[in-house]
Design a binder for this molecule. Structure first.
Ligand code: GTP
Ligand code: MG
Length: 245
């Protein structure tokens, strides 16, 4: 039987973390959980610890301060890979990603994928409550990313994923660069360049009901800058390779 670790990054998720952990345990009773909290002033980590005492198999990686999602995931993945699990899942703690869908992702790993993305943009996927401008921004960002990086992935910014641990180790998450949400694109890009098999399963993304979003224009700008840089670099490399000598 394969051992699974679920990483969830948290910043100010006190209103959500308890329900999240209970629903996760109900969905995947055997999985270990790693909450990566950036010392949220609202006491998210203490709440997670309390639930951990009740449910077991829940650890908290407490970081000193908020430094962005990319930094939190680098720390969490480093820790996860050192622990020797077979499969590593990553998901938001704000209940936008339904814990009940984790088994769907794990099934795709069992069926031979190296990486599985819970996708909003393949048939069956949805974002029921998003206003049109948010939908457009996310869809446009994903289309631009696909065009630049040729990952073949419909939802490269989705943060709901599973990785075969050996394949994640092979793309060396510790050396990624994005400080913010760009880490998602960076990992998908690396996996596609590495030749890993990427599968997508449809998810319904529920808008956050409690707590506040940490998404900002600065984060989106970093994401798009990195994508443009990687895309340009790839094009230059391809041209150089194709040039007659
Ligand atoms: N440790 C850590 N977690 C973070 C940081 N920024 C965001 N998160 C967590 O990452 C997940 C996604 O962040 P959200 O603010 O929900 O971002 P989003 O889902 O893109 O935006 P919404 O749709 O508004 O919820 C949540 O579990 C956050 O608590 C950070 O700097 N450090
Ligand atoms: Mg969210």
């Amino acid at each position: 039987m394969s051992r699974t670790l679920v990483i969830t990054p948290t910043y100010q998720e006190a209103p959500n973390i308890t329900e999240f952990l209970h629903r996760l345990r109900a969905a995947v009773p055997d999985a270990d959980v790693l909450v990566v909290d950036d010392s949220s002033p609202d006491g998210t980590a203490a709440l997670a610890e309390e639930v951990g005492k009740e449910l077991g198999q829940i650890d908290i990686l407490l970081r000193p301060k908020k430094e962005g999602l990319g930094v939190a995931y680098r720390a969490g993945m480093g820790e996860a890979l050192a622990r020797g699990h077979d499969v590593i899942v990553q998901m938001d703690a704000d209940l936008s990603h339904d814990p009940a869908a984790v088994p769907d992702l794990l099934r795709a790993i069992d069926e031979s994928a190296d990486m599985v993305i819970g996708s909003r943009y393949i048939p069956g996927g949805s974002i029921p409550h998003w206003p049109w401008h948010r939908r457009a921004l996310s869809k446009y960002g994903n289309a631009y990313t696909g065009f630049q990086l040729r990952t073949g992935v419909s939802d490269a910014t989705s943060g709901f994923r599973a990785y075969r641990a050996d394949s994640l180790r092979a793309i060396d998450p510790a050396s990624t660069r994005a400080t913010g949400y760009g880490i998602q694109i960076e990992l998908a890009y690396r996996m596609s360049k590495h030749g890993g098999k990427i599968a997508e399963v449809p998810i319904s993304f529920t808008d956050r009901v409690r707590g506040t979003s940490k998404m900002s224009l600065k984060i989106i700008a970093e994401e798009m800058l990195l994508v443009s840089w990687w895309g340009t670099r790839d094009r230059l490399t391809r041209e150089r390779r194709n040039r007659p000598t």
